[in-house]
Design a protein around this ligand. Structure first.
Ligand code: FBP
Length: 552
């Protein structure tokens, strides 16, 4: 196989471990922290997790290794969307496992959680692992979105583990997957299977974080990749001076990715879904807000700019959420067939008009026709509108165009508005991990094996103090139940890890808020450039502005 020069160079990169894990396996011991309680609903969570609730937080430190000497057979899965660094979690896990005992075995179950259910796997060896060190992607074993959540599934997984003599499973996933890891750990403990479960925090969305987990892996590389591209677009905008660029960035729900990209690039505008919801902004109000910036810049002779739109924005617009709910209802079950059988868009429009409330119809009516049609075309397997596929960057630019036309009529605007659209998502999910993600992920995997060898289950591999150099990182583990609360999901109260949305009183948003009025009118662009893998530490190793501001 032919390799690119960067691939070859990255194979040679030695990821940095936290100082406390650098002394060799024989010199890593446990320091017990206090017993834990869930962040809320303690009685309910305790009742649901009688075997795994309330365990101690732990950190590792230098000292004689007192873990039980036994052969470990570990299974690992990647769950959900790709995030840069996933390969390194597996490499770190493998290296720690083999450094402890060369007879230890690592199974990689293929295609996500379904690999465990279908008993589809590879057994890793040096040659296999070495081909994936410090590379992006999840192609080492693939990933998937099957949820491991029912007792029947757990029983199948228990059988698969028994068949291979598996002593522990490592689940690399987001909030849902790690919630399910906790439930699986409880099931295994309750059924005396002897199989441990350890989770690792993954998602480019950055919404798996809390007082224990400083950030999920992949967020650093993905946002740096998007920031490089936004910076390049800004340079182009500032050179050509004729386009307004509407750039939608990934992040299914929370706006962390958009906010971080804005902090790195200082665009003219960035919408934050959580703020839109808090201020109950309507679509028209958002369009007006954007048009204000376009008009103010036009008054200075600048008919160009850059606006960042988070992928999840429309779900935060209250009137839009109601509209979506009504459309889902309107097309539920066989009603979708009746709708699809209508021959023309005019017939369909009449059907929609009859079915929606007056308020939702008013919202629907102001949408560009292409978006109206998208709402009725893209359905998920449950028949619901796929909100993430809505081209919100086009939605807002169309609405801004209409708003500016009104301003022109009123004589308050006399500029030119030529919008261009971009969607940055998949470009960032499989990039070569930044040094931060390469180091963080390798440490998470290595640390996961230390948790296994010390017998822990239902723990999340935790590496913290991440805004400091890796030498000062703190490695340990946190019971997943500590991060849980009860939430209403699909009509049932469920124990879950709370999804972290952008906090409007948090330092990253506050910084953005304090500067955005200037950025909206002036040209304050920053050009972060491509991720650097080799060179001075302040260029190559620093992590996100979000983390730096949160930890300042
Ligand atoms: P995870 O939360 O599973 O890590 O995935 C996040 C994400 O990348 C979102 O940003 C995006 O909306 C979604 O996955 C896209 O999913 P898919 O890969 O199925 O198109």
């Amino acid at each position: 196989m032919k390799l690119s020069p960067l691939q070859i160079a990255r194979y040679q990169y030695q990821p940095k471990l936290p100082g406390m894990l650098r002394n060799g396996i024989a010199k890593i011991c446990v320091k017990n922290g206090g017993a834990t309680e869930s962040v809320a609903d303690q009685d309910k969570i305790k009742a649901l997790f009688p075997n795994t609730y309330g365990k101690n937080e732990i950190t590792f430190q230098k000292g004689a290794n007192t873990s039980e000497a036994k052969k470990q057979v570990v299974g690992v899965i990647l769950s959900g969307g790709q995030a840069p660094g996933g390969h390194n979690v597996i490499c770190g896990l493998y290296d720690a496992l083999k450094a402890t005992n060369k007879d230890n075995v690592l199974y990689g179950f293929k295609g996500g959680p379904s690999g465990l259910l279908e008993d589809s796997y590879v057994i890793f060896d040096d040659e296999y692992i070495n081909a994936y060190r410090n590379t992006g992607g999840f192609d080492i074993i693939g990933s998937g979105r099957t949820k491991l959540e029912t007792e029947e599934q757990f029983a199948v997984v228990a059988e698969v583990c028994k068949k291979h003599g598996i002593t522990a499973i490592v689940i690399i996933g987001g909030d849902d997957s790690n919630t399910n890891a906790a439930v699986l750990a409880e099931y295994f403990a309750a059924h005396n299977t002897g199989v441990q479960v350890i989770g690792c925090p993954k998602t480019i969305d950055g919404d798996l974080k809390n007082e224990d987990i400083e950030c999920s892996f992949g967020f650093d590389t993905a946002t740096k990749t998007y920031s490089e591209i936004v910076g390049n677009i800004q340079r182009d905008a500032n050179s050509a001076k004729k386009y307004w660029h509407f750039v939608k960035v990934m992040g299914r729900s929370a706006s962390h990715v958009a906010l971080e990209t804005a902090l790195q690039t200082q665009p003219n505008l960035c919408l934050i879904g959580e703020e839109v919801a808090a201020k109950k902004m309507s679509l028209a109000a958002i369009a007006d807000y954007i048009a204000d910036s376009v008009a103010a810049r036009a008054a200075k002779g600048w008919n160009f700019g850059v606006a960042i739109i988070p992928e999840g924005i429309v779900e935060f617009v209250p009137e839009f959420s109601v509209l979506i709910a009504e459309i889902n209802e309107l097309l539920a079950g066989s009603k979708a067939d009746a709708f699809n059988a209508l021959p023309t868009w005019a017939d369909k429009y009449a059907f929609i008009e009859k079915g929606l409330t007056k308020e939702s119809m008013a919202v629907f009516a102001i949408l560009p026709q292409s978006i109206q049609q998208q709402l009725f075309l893209e359905r998920d397997p449950h028949g619901n509108v796929q909100v993430s596929l809505i081209e919100s960057e086009k939605l807002f630019s169309e609405m801004v165009k209409a708003n500016l036309a009104e301003r022109k009529k009123a004589g308050t605007y006399n500029g030119k508005f030529s919008p261009l659209h971009h969607f940055l998502g998949y470009e960032g999910r499989c990039a070569f991990p930044s040094n931060f993600d390469a180091d963080y992920c390798y440490s998470l995997g290595y640390n996961a094996f230390m948790l296994i060898s010390y017998g822990y289950t239902g723990y999340l591999s935790k590496v913290s103090n991440l805004s400091k150099p890796a030498e000062e990182w703190v490695a340990g583990g946190m019971p997943i139940t500590k991060m849980m609360n009860m939430e209403r999901r699909h009509g049932h109260d469920k124990p879950v890890i709370r999804k972290a949305l952008v906090e409007l009183d948090g330092a990253p948003f506050k910084f953005f808020e304090a500067n955005r009025e200037t950025w909206a009118v002036e040209t304050c662009y920053l050009y972060p450039g491509a991720i650097q893998y080799f060179g001075p530490s302040e260029v190559c190793d620093t992590t996100t502005k979000t983390l730096a501001l949160e930890k300042a």
